[in-house]
Each structure stands twice: as structure tokens, then as C-alpha cells.
Design a protein around this ligand. Structure first.
Ligand code: ARG
Length: 457
């Protein structure tokens, strides 16, 4: 295989070096973007009369033919040609002859690879953003369906206060919304065209960078050719957004795992989204959720890999940067796969409403309501807290719930207590009363659902 850069060499590359330096085994994923970039570049070259219209047409036809071959799986990638850029360029010259040798005019693989990665990430982030939006809609639907269901709310994984299941589900809608905004924001800094920066210093040929950028659908062009070929902060930023997004998925996964245990019995995950055990016939395991939680580690690692890869590199391009693609592809694919499977899985989760609501009031979860009741009766909060603590201790020693205490018993703790306290002990009343903005009251949850239905349209 003749190298496209063979001119100044007298010896053949060692086979060991070929397999050590190749990237075609993974950067072939960029083929569509690479071809799109070359087509736009050829159009620009001919518009600027750097090549003829005829040559450009021939290049474009050749590239389209190669795209078709790759799409059909009929293209033979060669590790001897290192990467996707040289595989395609070499195939082009094989197909169309001399005009193929002109496609790399006023271009370098350095700006080419930066372009391909930006195009890839623009697509990936747009997919991720719309998957996130779909996921938000699914969670809003679930929240609406279960908007009246009570459940125990937790802190420290100890029952804290009753909440609405809808409210808990909407918490994830908020997280997904911020994840979406983060990708949207990263998209702005990714949507900058580096093509035409060439190796590092630009070109003496009369190119029109704005034209290529427009053909490729970019919002703007990079301002400094040295920066354009050496910068990967858009990819680091993507990996950071992906890591944060996976952190949210992992917390959700953890809850799904916990909630589907016999001990919690809050949900049942559909058979279709669980797996069995090869030895224990009774088992039904939440493997999908566990893998979501597990894959989070890899996505965090990808961020650290790229940050570390970049930290010591002098300007401009260094071959180290070829290693940027694996973490980027992996995080994009992992996140996309997680969102797809999660959305389906959530649609098939059965919430055990009886169990959720019957545990909502357990564990003295309305104790804060008693304290707030005493505050309304004029006691300072600290005193109210102290009195309520003593009531709880009394319950523990008698092994009863708060609702198991008689009115005289309650009154013995404070003269401020009268029969209207009965309301306060009921988890449904507790929830109803939490009408502060963003709180768990049915009216607030309804407002949040209305809000999301409007913005997610
Ligand atoms: N395969 C290379 C990469 O992924 C393309 C750029 C190579 N440029 C170079 N001058 N060796 O980074």
C-alpha cells in the first residue's frame, strides 16, 4: 500500500508501527462526516477556482460512490492507510484518477480530523438532546399518572417526610432538563468550523472558509488556525456533560434497584427488562439498571482520559490527539444506549401504589408537621422540635406510630396541642399542606406538570 506521504521516505514503515499507529479500526465511525467535509471542501475549491468545476464534480461523484460502498459494507478499510481520512482519499484516487489527488489542496488531516470530530459531536449531541426530551416527557406522563400517590420521602435513606410520587419523578425531569441545557450549551462551542486552518498556520491559497462552513451547516468559523487544530476542549466539555448526565442516570438506576427489592417493594420492573439467574430459579434481577449504574464509571473515566491526554500537549497538533476519539465515541454511544433502554423500561415499570402510600406515613414521617403545627400555635421552632422529638421517643418506647397516640397522650406533651392536631398526623394532609413553590403539595405538583407539558411540547 503506497502511503500518501511516502515522498521523503526511503524505507518502508515497520509492520509493527503500522498496527501501532493505525486509527482506522475506530475512526471509521467518522466516514460520513469525513466525506461530507471533503465534498464541501471540493465545492469551495472549485468556487475559488483552485480546482476546476469538472475536477470538483468528479471528486464529488467519487466520494458519493465511496459513501455508498461504505454504507453497504462493501468498502475494504486498510490499516496500512492509517486512518479514515487517508483510506477515503486513497480510494478516491483509485476510483477517479488524477482529480482525486487535488482534494487535499489547502487542507491538512489536522483540520480535517478536528472537523470530523466536531461534526460527529454535533450529531451525537442533537440525538442526545432529543432523547433527553423524550425521557422528560415520559417522566412527566408517569408523574401525571401517579400525581396523587403518596410515598415516603427519604434523607440519609431514612424515612423523612411523605411526598407525592409525582413530585419525586418530577425531580428527574428537572435533572434531565439541566442535562439537556448543558449539551445545548456545549453544542454552541462545538458548532465552529475549523476546516481551512490546514496544518496549523492557514494557507497561501485563496480559500473561502466561510463558504465551506456554511455548506456544512456550521454557525461560525474558528478565529485562530493554531487553536483550531489543537483544541479539543469542546470534546472535553462533551465528556463532562456526559459524565454529569450519567451521574443522574446512575442515581435513578440505584433507586430502581432499591425500589424493586422485596424489602422496598415499591416497583416491579417488567420481565422484559430484567434477567434471571443461572443457578437460583426464583431470581429476577434488575440488570439493566445495574449496568446503567456500572457504565457510569466508564463514562467518568472517559472524561479523565481526555483531560489527561490533553494536559501536557504543546501547540499545535500532536499525534497523542488521535486517542481523543475512543472516549468520545464510547461516552456518546453509552449515553444514547442508556437513554433508549431507560425510556422503554420506565414505560414498563409497575408502581406498587398501595405499598408506597401505606409506608408514606410510617417512621414518624409527619413529625415535622407536628413541629410546624406547634409553630403555628406560637411556639419557637426549636421548642417545637424538642417537644416533637419527645413525642417520637414516646412512640418508639410504646412501639406505635404517631397516629396510634390518643389525644390526651398528645396533649400531655404541650398545652398548645388540641384536637386539630389529628389532621397534621395524616400523611395526605401533610403533603397537601406543603404548598410552598416547588413543594410536594398536589397543587404544586399539578403546576409543575402543567409547566413541563407546556415547555416540552
Ligand atoms: N488519525 C489522526 C488523528 O486522529 C489524523 C490526524 C493526523 N495528522 C497527522 N499529522 N499525523 O488525529
Amino acid at each position: 500500500m503506497k502511503k500518501l506521504w511516502a515522498g521523503r521516505f526511503t524505507q518502508k514503515t515497520s509492520g509493527m508501527v503500522e498496527s501501532f499507529t493505525e486509527s482506522i479500526s475506530f475512526d471509521r465511525k467518522l466516514w460520513k462526516h469525513d466525506i461530507a467535509g471533503s465534498i464541501a471542501h471540493a465545492k469551495m475549491l472549485s468556487k475559488q477556482r483552485i480546482i476546476t468545476q469538472k475536477e470538483a464534480n468528479s471528486i464529488i461523484r467519487g466520494l458519493r460512490q465511496i459513501a455508498e460502498e461504505i454504507g453497504k459494507g462493501a468498502f475494504a478499510f486498510s490499516p496500512g492507510l492509517e486512518d479514515i481520512h487517508m483510506n477515503i482519499e486513497s480510494a478516491l484516487t483509485d476510483r477517479i484518477g488524477p482529480p482525486g489527488k487535488k482534494v487535499h489542496t489547502a487542507r491538512s488531516r489536522n483540520d480535517q480530523v478536528a472537523l470530523d470530530l466536531r461534526l460527529y459531536l454535533k450529531d451525537a449531541m442533537q440525538d442526545i438532546i432529543s432523547l433527553l426530551q423524550r425521557l422528560q416527557k415520559t417522566f412527566v406522563e408517569l408523574a401525571e399518572k401517579h400525581q396523587d400517590a403518596l410515598m415516603p420521602g427519604y434523607t440519609h435513606l431514612q424515612r423523612a417526610q411523605p411526598v407525592l410520587l409525582g413530585h419525586h419523578l418530577l425531580a428527574y425531569v428537572e435533572m434531565f432538563g439541566r442535562d439537556r441545557e448543558r449539551f445545548q450549551d456545549c453544542l454552541k462551542r462545538t458548532d465552529i468550523c475549523p476546516l481551512g486552518s490546514c496544518a496549523l498556520s492557514g494557507t497561501s491559497l485563496p480559500t473561502d472558509r466561510a463558504y465551506t462552513a456554511k455548506l456544512l451547516g456550521f454557525n461560525s468559523i474558528s478565529g485562530n488556525s493554531i487553536d483550531a487544530v489543537s483544541d479539543r476542549d469542546f470534546a472535553v466539555e462533551f465528556l463532562a456533560c456526559a459524565a454529569i448526565a450519567m451521574m443522574h442516570l446512575s442515581r435513578l438506576a440505584e433507586e430502581l434497584i432499591l425500589w424493586s427489592t422485596e424489602e422496598f417493594s415499591f416497583i416491579e420492573i417488567s420481565d422484559r427488562f430484567t434477567t434471571g439467574s443461572s443457578i437460583m430459579p426464583q431470581k429476577k434481577n434488575p440488570d439493566v439498571a445495574e449496568l446503567m449504574r456500572g457504565k457510569t464509571g466508564r463514562v467518568y473515566g472517559n472524561l479523565m482520559a481526555l483531560l489527561t491526554l490533553m494536559k501536557g500537549l504543546p501547540l499545535a497538533y500532536n499525534r497523542d490527539m488521535q486517542e481523543d476519539k475512543l472516549p468520545v465515541f464510547d461516552s456518546a454511544e453509552t449515553l444514547t444506549a442508556c437513554y433508549r433502554v431507560l425510556e422503554e423500561m420506565m414505560r414498563n415499570v409497575k408502581f406498587n401504589i398501595n405499598r408506597l402510600s401505606s409506608t408514606a406515613g410510617k417512621g414518624y414521617s409527619t413529625a415535622t408537621d407536628i413541629a410546624e403545627y406547634l409553630v403555628r400555635k406560637g411556639l419557637p421552632f426549636r421548642e417545637a422540635h424538642e417537644i416533637t422529638g419527645r413525642i417520637v421517643l414516646h412512640c418508639i418506647s410504646k412501639d406505635v406510630q404517631l397516629t396510634g397516640l390518643s389525644l390526651p397522650e398528645l396533649k400531655s406533651f404541650s398545652p398548645k396541642i388540641s384536637e386539630d392536631i389529628i389532621h397534621v398526623l395524616d400523611p395526605a394532609e401533610s403533603v397537601k399542606a406543603r404548598t410552598s413553590f416547588g413543594g410536594t403539595s398536589p397543587s404544586e405538583v399539578k403546576r409543575q406538570i402543567r409547566h413541563f407539558k407546556k415547555v416540552l411540547k
